[in-house]
Structure formats: C-alpha cells, structure tokens
Design a protein around this ligand. Structure first.
Ligand SMILES: NC(=O)c1ccc[n+]([C@@H]2O[C@H](COP(=O)([O-])OP(=O)(O)OC[C@H]3O[C@@H](n4cnc5c(N)ncnc54)[C@H](OP(=O)(O)O)[C@@H]3O)[C@@H](O)[C@H]2O)c1
Length: 431
C-alpha cells in the first residue's frame, strides 16, 4: 500500500463530526477501496471542549483552521465550517496556495467563489471537490461530471432543499399551516432558527447555480438565478393543486435555450404523474435529461450527518485514488459565459386564485383583462356562495409569457371587486 492520505478536518459540526465518524468506522473498507489508508491527522473547530461523541485525542487540535492548513503535515483539507466568506473561504484559499487538495460541503462558497477557487486549484494542480454541496448524499456531481459525460443535456431540475420539501409535505398531508410546520421543524432541528436561507429559496439557488455550471459547462452565475421561496404558499392553494391533479414543490430548474440560460427557483405545481411530484418529506431528487440516456432521476437524503459525510468521503477517496476531474467538468478557462434569461421572458402555464366580491359582472371583468392581454384560460372554478364577503375564483391558464401574466395580475388586483392581491403559482410541465 502507498503512503496514507493525511487529512485535516476544518469544522466538527453536523457534517464534520459525521465525516470523522465515517472515516473512523469504515477505515479498513476505505483503505481497500482507495488502495491506501486515509488518516485524519488534524482537526479544527471553535470549541475544543465540546463533546462531539468521539475522542479528539488522536488528532492535532487547532483553534485556527487557516493555521492548520498552513502548518499541519497534510495532503487534503475538508472545509466543513460553512459561510460564503470569512473562515471557510480563507481555509480553501490557504490550502490551495500551499498545494493541498480541498473537499468542501459549502454551496454558498462554491456558488459565489467556485470559479475563482477552481481556477486557483487548477493552477497548482490540486482537486477542489464539492459533492456534498448539492443534494447532500445524492452523488449528482459524479453523475453529471462522469456518468453522463457523453450526453448533450439541455435541462436539469430538482428538489434541492429538504426543509422546504418537508414543510410542503406536512402542509399537504396534515393540513398544518406554513407557520406551524416551520415552528415544528425548528423544534426538531430540521430548520434553522433563522430559516430565510431555506424558505426564501437562497440555499436551493446556490445549488442550482452549481448544477447549471456542471450541466452546461457555463460559468457559475448565482446572480442569474431567479429565486422565490415558499412563504406565500397556503394550504388552500395546496388543496386546489390537488384538485387540479398537481403537487406543489419548490423546484430548481435550469435549461439551456437558443436565447440563453434559464435558471429558476420557485414553488410550482407539478403533475402528480411525474415521479418528482411524489418525492416527499426531507428527500431531495434531481432529474437530468440527456440526449442519449433520456431522463435519469436521482433521489435520496439531501442533508444530515450520514448522507453528507457519505458525499464528503467519496470526494476524499477520489483524491486518495489519485483520481481528478475538473471542478465544473471542464477546465475553468473553457467555461462559457451565457446570458441569463430574465423571468419576465419565462413561458409557462399558471394557477391563479382571486378573492372577489360575490356580485354580478365580476367574472366578465376578470376574463376581459385576460382577453386583452391575450392569455387564454384553460379552466375556471368558482366555489358556491359563502357567508363571508369574498369568494375564491380559481383558474389555470394555457402557457403565456410571464410579462403578460404580471400585467394581467396587476390590472386584476386593481379591480374594485377583487379584495386581495391575486395568488399566482406557476405550473411546470417538465417536458
Ligand atoms: N448540515 C447539513 O445537513 C449540510 C448538508 C449539506 C451541506 N452542508 C454544508 O456543510 C457545511 C457545514 O455545515 P454544518 O451543518 O456541519 O454546520 P455546523 O453544524 O454549524 O458546524 C460548523 C462547524 O464549524 C466550526 N466553526 C465555525 N466557525 C469556525 C471558526 N471561525 N473556526 C473554526 N471552526 C469554526 C464550528 O465549531 P464549533 O463546533 O466549535 O462551534 C462547527 O464545528 C456548510 O457549508 C453547510 O452548508 C450542511
């Protein structure tokens, strides 16, 4: 057996501790597969006294992870601290500068600085791997960079945030409000105390920007991702979706078109017939359509100590084997710049819910606006009169341009008979 691969772990939280546990538990298995031992030699976190469920005695402790990568005798650092700037970025930059391989689970860092870090890594001939950063335990980076490398791919989409998928599933199955499910998820540790990165779609957008780069060989363009989260989704809309044959999912979707790159993260209605509509709870899934392979779908746990450690260790084993692939599938200098298509040019069908006064002429006023904006209505549903002042009108449209839909909703929202701002949820056909 050749020399062991000497590893430093920066960050011993959920992912870092999981990685230490996996490398310890499967030490022999990994040595057989990698052809050499993988030894943890140094670790760093903020608090050396914290009980992490295992002894740290066998490792050199560093309070400062940047000093660790500069001073410790290592081949690779696993950056498992998190954050798009600060320590995480400094650890990766310092490691590359001194010629150490880097494995990271940090999607925020990679989405904002992935191109620059990859370029520096290439210049010195070290690997920069980030399997755990997209969809946790699902080996989607490997699937795109290696398994599907013979295919022309024009679309990739997925459920990339387990917290949002869990919330939407609970709302549908148990008819619990968004606020109540979120509070419960926070209590169980599924959601952060500040949930905005998850529920506003930012976390999913980071992952989508990376997926798009890997899929299309384009520069990572996080700013080009149109992002909407799930805060405004109500049980009522989830129920209507069910009646129309849909499930509501927070989807991240990227498509290469003649006019540029579409990158979207928004909650949308997906036909119950589609496999991805039935991916529930905290699970993630990614669908990739390749011209020779057709549709392929990858499903699994997108977060948690075990699944993320599984992905981090796969990246470490690649380095131990001496196996290296460009960070985004092609060398950084060959990544192309493509124009992002703004959301106003998005083309698709929509679900709309209006709360209106139950009085004569309302439907005529509403349909007149749709006619004038040249949007055709596919179906309309009006509930029986109720005791309350406002009644819902729910409709779905045929595909139209988003700009026309936005104009339509603005005009309808201004009608005297419409008592709330209209709710619009896009319908994704996923063809
Ligand atoms: N959690 C998941 O399921 C998951 C899934 C996929 C990707 N990720 C990514 O994995 C990374 C880590 O996430 P996590 O959930 O494991 O985070 P976490 O539980 O909060 O752990 C962060 C670790 O970093 C250490 N740390 C923070 N600031 C530090 C500093 N200035 N110097 C040294 N150590 C410092 C903390 O030390 P102390 O323990 O001493 O406080 C802690 O051990 C993030 O990029 C995250 O996006 C996480």
């Amino acid at each position: 057996m050749s020399n062991p691969l000497r590893v430093a772990i920066a960050g011993l939280g959920t992912v870092g501790a999981g990685t230490v546990s996996l490398l310890t538990k499967h030490r022999d298995l990994i040595a057989r597969r990698a052809g050499r031992n993988v030894d943890i030699v140094a670790v760093s976190a903020r608090n050396s006294e914290k009980d992490r469920g295992f002894s740290l005695n066998a490792y050199d402790w560093y309070d400062d992870p940047v000093a660790m990568v500069k001073e410790a005798d290592i081949d690779l650092v696993a950056e498992l601290v998190g954050g798009e700037e600060g320590v995480a970025k400094e650890v990766c930059k310092a490691a590359i500068t001194v010629g150490r391989h880097v494995v990271t689970a940090n999607k925020a860092l990679m989405a904002m600085h992935g191109d620059a870090l990859a370029s520096e890594a290439e210049a010195v001939g070290v690997s920069l791997n980030y399997e755990a950063a997209i969809a946790g335990g699902i080996p989607i980076v490997k699937a795109l960079r290696e398994g599907l490398s013979g295919n022309q791919i024009n679309r990739v989409y997925g459920i990339l945030n387990g917290t949002c998928n869990y919330i939407l599933t609970e709302m549908r199955e148990n008819r619990i409000s968004y606020e109540a499910v979120l509070a419960e998820a926070q209590k169980l540790g599924y959601a952060e105390a500040d949930p905005s990165a998850d529920v506003d779609g930012v976390d999913e957008a980071h992952k989508l920007a990376l997926l798009a780069s890997l899929t299309f060989g384009t520069r990572v363009d996080f700013a080009g991702v149109y992002t909407e989260g799930i805060r405004r989704i109500s049980i009522e809309d989830i129920d209507y979706a069910d009646e129309f044959g849909y499930r509501v999912k927070l989807l991240g979707s990227a498509r290469m078109t003649e006019n540029g790159l579409e990158q979207r993260v928004f909650p949308c209605m997906v036909s119950k017939d589609k496999a991805i509509a039935n991916v529930d709870d905290a699970y993630n899934a990614v669908v990739v359509h390749g011209d020779f392979v057709d549709d392929t779908m990858y499903e699994g746990r997108g977060a948690g100590a075990g699944p993320t450690a599984s992905a981090v260790v796969a990246d470490i084993v690649d380095v131990a084997r001496g196996f290296s692939v460009p960070t985004f599938g092609v060398p950084v200098a060959d990544l192309i710049n493509v124009e992002s298509i703004p959301i106003e040019r998005h083309w698709g069908a929509c679900y709309i819910r209006l709360m209106v006064r139950d009085e004569p002429g309302v439907i005529a006023d509403i349909t007149a606006v749709f006619r004038e904006e040249e949007i055709s209505i596919e179906s309309m549903l009006q509930r029986a009169r109720s005791q309350t002042e406002a009644v819902p009108i729910v409709l779905t449209t045929h595909a139209c341009e988003e700009a026309a839909m936005r104009r339509t909703l603005k005009r309808i929202g201004a009608l005297d008979s419409v008592v709330e701002q209209p709710t619009m949820i896009r319908i994704e056909t996923l063809n």
